[in-house]
Design a protein around this ligand. Structure first.
Ligand SMILES: [Zn+2]
Length: 128
């Protein structure tokens, strides 16, 4: 649910702007047509003749969402990084593994590959 910043409305009949700032803080406009309530806890509206006389002015905090552009850039970064790693390791096996591997797994594979090349014998590095 979005967080309420201001709980505010304007009356279409009298032009009065009213705001509820805390729970059970019920405010009416000058002409008495509309009411607001709820503060930043909830949004409640009241009206005498027509709901359409309520002009919403409430503000909400933007949801904390990672922008799509940022996600796309990160994916591009990972893809590029992955291709670099694969190129360095070489081979179809690595490529196929890479299709289902995460970046840390690829980096481990690369490290193991380098160690094998250097003739390092370490049981921790033996896998499969
Ligand atoms: Zn009014």
């Amino acid at each position: 649910m979005r967080k309420i910043i201001t709980n505010k409305v304007k009356c279409r009949l009298c032009g009065d702007v009213i705001e509820s700032t805390y729970r059970n803080d019920i405010k009416s406009c000058k002409c008495g047509e509309i009411t607001v309530d709820g503060g930043t806890d909830y949004i409640r509206r009241g009206w005498q003749t027509d709901r359409a006389n309520i002009i919403e002015l409430s503000e909400y905090e933007e949801e904390h969402k990672i922008p799509e552009e940022e996600i796309r850039l990160f994916q591009d970064h990972l893809r590029k990084k992955w291709l670099e790693e694969i190129k360095e390791i070489g081979g179809l096996e690595a490529y196929l593994k890479g299709l289902v591997m995460t970046l840390p797994e690829i980096q481990k594979l690369k490290k193991d590959y380098k160690n094998r090349q250097q003739g390092v014998i370490n049981n921790d590095l033996l896998y499969e």
